[in-house]
Design a protein around this ligand. Structure first.
Ligand SMILES: [Ca+2]
Ligand SMILES: [Ca+2]
Length: 82
């Protein structure tokens, strides 16, 4: 039981650190974008964004120029908010 609690505490800390890094660090946003951009054209199509549920849920709002894809700036706004 003690071991389980320690494990939960450790994973909770790790997740907290990860979330903070993602929100504060532009390179983390870039890395997530590059990873999601499966065909490497510098934009996330709706299909590519579907891998990131939070982004997919906000896709319409994030696509400010309404070209049907998210560029890094558009993605960054959603990623930071999520
Ligand atoms: Ca793409
Ligand atoms: Ca767009």
């Amino acid at each position: 039981m003690k071991k389980l609690l320690a494990l939960l505490a450790a994973s909770g800390l790790a997740l907290g650190a990860l979330a903070q890094t993602a929100a504060a660090d532009p390179t983390a946003v870039q890395a997530a974008f590059t990873k999601a951009d499966a065909n490497g054209d510098g934009k996330l199509s709706r299909d590519e964004a579907a891998k990131l549920p939070k982004i997919a849920a906000m896709f319409e709002q994030l696509d400010r120029n309404k070209d049907g894809a998210l560029d890094l700036a558009e993605f960054s706004a959603g990623y930071t908010a999520a």
